[in-house]
Design a protein around this ligand. Structure first.
Ligand SMILES: Cc1cc2nc3c(=O)[nH]c(=O)nc-3n(C[C@H](O)[C@H](O)[C@H](O)COP(=O)(O)OP(=O)(O)OC[C@H]3O[C@@H](n4cnc5c(N)ncnc54)[C@H](O)[C@@H]3O)c2cc1C
Length: 367
C-alpha cells in the first residue's frame, strides 16, 4: 500500500481546490486526487456554453506538469468503491487501497436518468466526455429535442440553436426554470429562448424516444435527430451513505468547516449539505464557485487552519441573448417581485419579508 496522506475523491472544483489548498499549507505530506473522470480537471461551466456552440474555450484548469510540479498525484479513471473508516483507507473498484490521514469527499452530482422507453438514446451533459459526444452529435444534426427546462437545459438549447440546430425544449412545468426562479421570470426565459428560435413546449412529458422520434405523453410526436436529457442532477452521496456518514436530502451533512461526523473526513461541493455561517443554516448549493470555496475550506481545515463558509451563493448563466446572474440562498422564497429595466429585468425574492435572493437578466451587448 502507498504511504498515507491527504486524499480528495473527485477532481471537480471541490476536490481540486481542497487538494491545492492542503498542498500549499503542507509541502511534504502526500496529496492525491482519485477521480473516475479520465480527463484533466476542466471548467464544467464552459461545456454547455461556448464548447457546445463549437468554440474552443480553455477548459483545462491545470496542465499535467502543474500537478507534478506541485506534488499532487492525480489518479484519473479510478473509481472509489468504498471507504474503510476503521482502517482509514479508500478502496477502489480494482481493489487498490489508499490510506489517508485526511479525506475530502467531493463526488459531486450525477444526472437524474430518464426513465422511459428508448431513454438510452438520450445524451446527457455532466462530464467532458458527455460534452464531446453531444457536440459531435450537434455537428451532425439538423434538429434536437432538449428534455428538461432547468439551467443546463436552457443553456444547451441556447447553444444548439446558436449553431443552427432546430431545437425544441420539452418541460413538465408551464415555463422553464420555474422551480428555481418562479413563474414570471420563467415566462421571460421562455421568451428569451423563443427569440433565438428555440421552440418551447411546457406542461409536457416525454413518453418515449424511438429512432429519431420523441413521443410526448399527449401523443404529439417530435422529429429529432438528437435528444439531450437535462433532467437535473442528484448528489452522489453513495460512498458516504455506505460508510454510515450522516446524510440529509441525499447530501453529506457537514458543519461550516466542512467536517463530517467522522474525524478527519470532510465533504465539499455538490455532494455536501454545508452550514453557512452568514445564513445561519445549512444551504444546498450546486454552483461552481461554492464548490471551489467549500473545497478550499476543507483543504485548509484538514491542514490545521481555520476557515468557515460565509459567502452568499452566486452563479451566472447564458440563456438566449441574456446573461442571468443570481445571488442568494436558493429556491425557497415566498414572493418574487420582477422589475423591468433598460437592459433586462431584476427579480427580488423575499421570505418572511426579508430579501433571500436577487436575479438579474442583462441583454448581452451586440447580441
Ligand atoms: C454542463 C454544466 C454547466 C454548468 N454551468 C455552471 C455555471 O455556469 N455556473 C455554476 O455555478 N455552475 C455550473 N455548473 C455546476 C458546477 O459545475 C457544479 O456545481 C460543480 O462542478 C460541482 O463541483 P464538485 O467538485 O462538487 O463536483 P463535480 O464537478 O461534479 O466533480 C465530481 C468528481 O467526482 C468524481 N467521482 C464521482 N464519484 C467518484 C468515485 N466513486 N470515485 C472517484 N471519483 C468519483 C467525478 O468523476 C468528478 O471528477 C455546471 C455544470 C455542468 C455539468
Amino acid at each position: 500500500m502507498v504511504a498515507p496522506g491527504f486524499i480528495a475523491i473527485g477532481s471537480g472544483p471541490a476536490g481540486l481546490a481542497a487538494a491545492e489548498t492542503f498542498r500549499r499549507k503542507h509541502p511534504n505530506i502526500p496529496v492525491r486526487i482519485l477521480t473516475s473522470d479520465a480527463a484533466l480537471p476542466y471548467a464544467k461551466p464552459h461545456l454547455s456554453k461556448s464548447y457546445l456552440r463549437g468554440r474552443h474555450p480553455k477548459l483545462d484548469l491545470h496542465t499535467p506538469s502543474w500537478f507534478m510540479q506541485n506534488g499532487i498525484q492525480l489518479h484519473r479513471g479510478i473509481t472509489v468503491d468504498h471507504i474503510d473508516l476503521d482502517e482509514r483507507e479508500v478502496v477502489t473498484v480494482a481493489g487498490r487501497r489508499y490510506g489517508y490521514w485526511h479525506l475530502v469527499l467531493a463526488q459531486g452530482s450525477t444526472p437524474v436518468p430518464l426513465a422511459l422507453p428508448g431513454a438510452e438514446a438520450a445524451l446527457s451533459l455532466r462530464s467532458f466526455a458527455d460534452a464531446v459526444v453531444l457536440r459531435m452529435a450537434a455537428k451532425n444534426s439538423d434538429s434536437a429535442v432538449v428534455v428538461g427546462g432547468g439551467l443546463i437545459g436552457c443553456e444547451a438549447a441556447t447553444s444548439l440553436a446558436a449553431r443552427g440546430v432546430a431545437t425544441t425544449m420539452v418541460e413538465a412545468e408551464p415555463v422553464p426554470v420555474q422551480r428555481r426562479f418562479g413563474l414570471e421570470a420563467g415566462e421571460r426565459v421562455a421568451k428569451m429562448l423563443s427569440d433565438i428560435g428555440v421552440r418551447f413546449i411546457g406542461m409536457a412529458n416525454v413518453a418515449a424516444i424511438d429512432d429519431g422520434q420523441v413521443t410526448l405523453d399527449d401523443g404529439r410526436i417530435l422529429e429529432s435527430e438528437l435528444v439531450a436529457a437535462a433532467t437535473g442532477v442528484r448528489p452522489d452521496s453513495r460512498l458516504a451513505a455506505a460508510a454510515g456518514l450522516d446524510i440529509q436530502d441525499g447530501r453529506i451533512v457537514v458543519d461550516g468547516h466542512m467536517h463530517t461526523t467522522v474525524p478527519n473526513v470532510y465533504a465539499a461541493g455538490d455532494v455536501a449539505l454545508a452550514f453557512n455561517l452568514t445564513a445561519a443554516r445549512r444551504i444546498r448549493s450546486e454552483h461552481w464557485r461554492d464548490a471551489t470555496e467549500q473545497g478550499r475550506i476543507a483543504g485548509a481545515v484538514a491542514a490545521g487552519y481555520s476557515a468557515t463558509w460565509t459567502t452568499v451563493p452566486e452563479f451566472s448563466c447564458f440563456i438566449g441573448n441574456y446573461t442571468l446572474r443570481y445571488r442568494g440562498w436558493g429556491t425557497d422564497f415566498e414572493a418574487a417581485c420582477l422589475e423591468d429595466n433598460r437592459d433586462g429585468f431584476t427579480v427580488t425574492y423575499r421570505s418572511d419579508n426579508r430579501v433571500v435572493g436577487v436575479l438579474t437578466a442583462t441583454a448581452n451587448r451586440g447580441a
